[in-house]
Design a protein around this ligand. Sequence first.
Ligand SMILES: Cc1cc2nc3c(=O)[nH]c(=O)nc-3n(C[C@H](O)[C@H](O)[C@H](O)COP(=O)(O)OP(=O)(O)OC[C@H]3O[C@@H](n4cnc5c(N)ncnc54)[C@H](O)[C@@H]3O)c2cc1C
Length: 384
Amino acid sequence: MDFELPEHTRAIKDLVQHVVERHCLPLEAEFLRGKEVTDEDLQRLVDAAREAGLWGLNLPKELGGADLSTLDTVVVIEQNYRTLFPIEFGGNPFVFLACEGEQRDRYLMPIIRGEKKFAFAQTEPSGGSDPGNQMRTTAVRDGDDWVINGSKVFISRAGRADVIVVFAVTDPERRQHGGITAFLVDKGTPGLHLVRPIPIMAANGNDKFYQPWELYFEDLRVPASSVLGGIGQGFRLAQRELSTQRMNIGAECLGISTRSYDMMVAYAKQRVLFGEPLAAKQSIQAMIVDSWIDIHTTRLAVQHAACKNDLGQDTRVEAGMLKLIGTEMATRIVDRAIQVHGGYGVTTELPLAHWYNKLRPMRLYEGPSEVHKFQVLARELLHR
Ligand SMILES: Cc1cc2nc3c(=O)[nH]c(=O)nc-3n(C[C@H](O)[C@H](O)[C@H](O)COP(=O)(O)OP(=O)(O)OC[C@H]3O[C@@H](n4cnc5c(N)ncnc54)[C@H](O)[C@@H]3O)c2cc1C
């Protein structure tokens, strides 16, 4: 279904497909039979990727990475997300690319090498969709230090993180327009309280690695050197990185959808009921055809936005659209695939039920569907 992907992109795609089939799908099969997946299992996937020459795909060249184009990246992500256990190809340093000076050796490089884990703490109890207006956590300058007070909710991986990027208001007048700053806070810093893990609907064996937490900061003191990306630049930094993440989520949803589609078609052809395969029934054909159209049109949109990004054009609106249509498409397709599989579809012995649970929170984090539709798309289209 790809339209003339460049030859080298097709070659990376084939290699990733091969690694996923050889290493991720067997781990997934063991998990579906009841095995508990460990850190060592995930490390083995990274080692396999390294061996295949796939490590560092998304990293810039000066950090030893392959600095893939956005088009290559979305194609790789789609293949990688055809399994419940996608590989981290050389970590995803995310906002840590903004590290400067000694922050690079202390945080960026260990994160890339997989030695340090991090969490991203923006959302607060007062409203995650609107962090610019709703953020209540403050950081106040005190000599060479900053003192942080406030709380956060739904912070994925905070319990396992060596460092947490905490966003705080440093200038209440300017807020999202230069008044929010990001701070690097080490695990164990006095005043950083991990209040509780927040139980959410389970997705797959990766859940325990991504568990969201509630945090509380009480006179949390950090040095001036812990500012990430400049004083007042936190909101811009977060929005820029989240925009890239949103395009990637569109590609992740393609991976989940294509595998669910393949499973749906295979099962519809082999399951015989009322004297003929399910695939002969028009209602089932409609589910298959609608899913194919969903996948084909979304893939075109993802790859088009990726090409635009590679040309240096602004893709913030496309990124919001892809997060919206990607998660909603995958929700529909996984739901149809479950329906075609009947009772087997809802067993936890197939990946479908795990994706079904994974997709529900995906329609909320990194901006709920309505925020992308009304705050991003409607505003842009009506004011153009
Ligand atoms: C599993 C999970 C992991 C997460 N991980 C992280 C993390 O690592 N770091 C982090 O900082 N945050 C994280 N979040 C938080 C996530 O980003 C927020 O939940 C999300 O931004 C929504 O914020 P909220 O929950 O406060 O809902 P609210 O902001 O209260 O919104 C509630 C609902 O209101 C509706 N709504 C909001 N705005 C509009 C609008 N303009 N028009 C119409 N309807 C609207 C939407 O339906 C929305 O779902 C995570 C959340 C989950 C569920």
